[in-house]
Design a protein around this ligand. Structure first.
Ligand code: NAD
Length: 425
């Protein structure tokens, strides 16, 4: 089901896929590329819907609906996570798959884009039910998944255990162990060191480079972080290590504030025990609705999509807005933020550290030779820094904001490969 927006009692569907296509069109219109070729790379190459019968713990059968979209395999195998959520829809999965294509291209790793999902509520399912659902989903896509064709990873409500089940189901059918069919696995099953922290580490690398570009001294800067899960907590921790004062943090339960800076290492320990940021002794409560408009230098939305839109974008005070989450800023907000000189680091670069280390995991699995965490981090550092400056150069040359520049770089890279390969017809 597309998300819905209520306007004078008329319900207008807001399509995430249209959001992604709008971003593509804006960038594509600035490139001198054949229109037919652009149409070819714009839309998903294959979208599949499957019915998944699962026996529940009480003996009854329940039907679930699953999706897998391969947006592109022009630059390499389709790559992207699998989401378990009641609101999953083909529209959303197609948008997320398209963003994966541009994300992999912008950091120049040899993958296309894909995404998957199942309409379900994992909070109401037992571990056994989730395992049976995951194995049936994997079996339905046995001819689609593969280290050379389509490589899933965790996304919302899936984790390394889910990846282990997918890897095992695929391997049982293949009659041998195929670790490189999924990434985000436990380290003992061929996962990569540094994968857990990779997205937050990448976010902070791009923020650090943006501060260099804008002559901001990290030790004089302040930051607010929305979301304190994997991406938000690691981003806050590494930013804190750079000397930035993290003054505001929130999660789904509430927000906290300390003008002198929150001790992030202590907050991580506190959240590990209590599961929430509120109640942390080193900070005061704060209105979580206002965190996006806090008076800080750096804002990191690291929770949900569509947080900053045409209605509230003018209230953002931060100088740098780093998109840890996927799609936290709508296309209507972009021109407002640009006009107010907010430097937006778009999701397709900002949070690309995760898929970059997923690529390292796939490489290590295929070699059967594993790197140290320092090696992983050094390679991530190089890729993220290069991607940031490649995109900034295009933005400055074309006098456009970073999102447009990132899409231009990504589309151009996919186009170049299509032109060299030709289109088989
Ligand atoms: P997570 O589940 O670990 O953490 C999500 C955090 O957001 C939690 O602290 C939760 O309490 C908070 N949250 C949820 N609803 C909220 C609300 N209404 N207000 C404030 N906070 C709220 O998820 P994650 O892996 O950190 O992912 C966060 C975002 O980053 C998602 O958009 C995801 O798609 C994106 N992302 C994640 C990765 C990755 O490697 N984990 C990679 C790329 C992009």
């Amino acid at each position: 089901m597309p998300r819905e927006k209520h306007l004078k009692s008329i319900t207008i569907p807001v399509s995430t896929y249209e959001h992604a296509m709008k971003q593509f069109d804006q960038a594509a219109s600035r490139l001198h590329v054949d229109k037919g070729l652009l149409e070819f790379i714009k839309h998903p190459r294959r979208s599949t819907i499957v019915k998944l019968p699962v026996q529940m713990d009480d003996g009854t059968w329940q039907m679930f609906t699953g999706f897998r979209v391969q947006h592109s395999n022009v630059r390499g195998p389709a790559k992207g996570g699998i989401r378990y959520h009641p609101n999953v829809s083909l529209d959303e999965v197609q948008a997320l798959a398209a963003w994966m294509t541009w994300k992999c291209a912008v950091v120049n790793i040899p993958f296309g884009g894909g995404k998957g999902g199942v309409i379900c509520d994992p909070s109401k399912m037992s571990e056994g039910e989730l395992e049976r659902l995951t194995r049936r989903y994997t079996a339905s896509f046995f001819d689609v998944f593969g280290p050379e064709s389509d490589i899933p990873a965790p996304d919302v409500n899936t984790n390394e255990k889910t990846m282990a089940w997918i890897m095992d189901t695929y391997s049982m059918n293949a009659r041998h162990t195929v670790t490189s069919v999924v990434t985000g696995k436990p380290i003992v099953l061929g996962g990569s060191r540094g994968r857990r922290e990779a997205t937050g580490r990448g976010v902070v690398i791009t923020v650090r480079e943006a501060m260099k570009h804008m002559n901001i001294d990290p030790t004089q800067a302040t930051a607010a972080v929305q979301g304190f899960g994997n991406v938000g907590s690691v981003s806050a921790q590494l930013l804190h290590k750079l000397g930035v004062k993290i003054t505001h943090v929130c999660d789904v339960f509430g927000a906290i504030y300390n003008p002198r800076g929150i001790d992030i290492d202590e907050l991580i320990k506190f959240v590990a025990q209590t599961k929430k940021v509120i109640g942390f002794p080193g900070a005061k409560p704060f209105d979580s609705k206002k965190i996006l408009f806090a008076d800080v230098d750096i804002l990191i939305p690291a929770a949900l999509e569509n947080q900053i839109d045409g209605k509230n974008a003018a209230k953002v005070k931060a100088r740098i807005l780093a998109e840890g989450a996927n799609g936290p800023v709508t296309p209507e907000a972009d021109p407002i933020l640009a006009k107010n000189e907010v430097f937006v680091i778009p999701d397709i670069i900002c949070n690309a550290g995760g898929v970059t280390v997923s690529y390292f995991e796939w490489v290590q699995d295929r070699m059967g030779y594993f790197w140290t965490e320092d090696e992983v981090n050094a390679r991530l550092e190089r890729i993220m820094t290069e991607a940031f400056w490649d995109v900034l150069k295009v933005a400055l040359e074309n006098k456009v904001h970073l999102r447009l520049a990132a899409f231009m770089v990504a589309i151009q890279r996919v186009v170049e490969v299509v032109q060299l390969r030709g289109i088989y017809a």
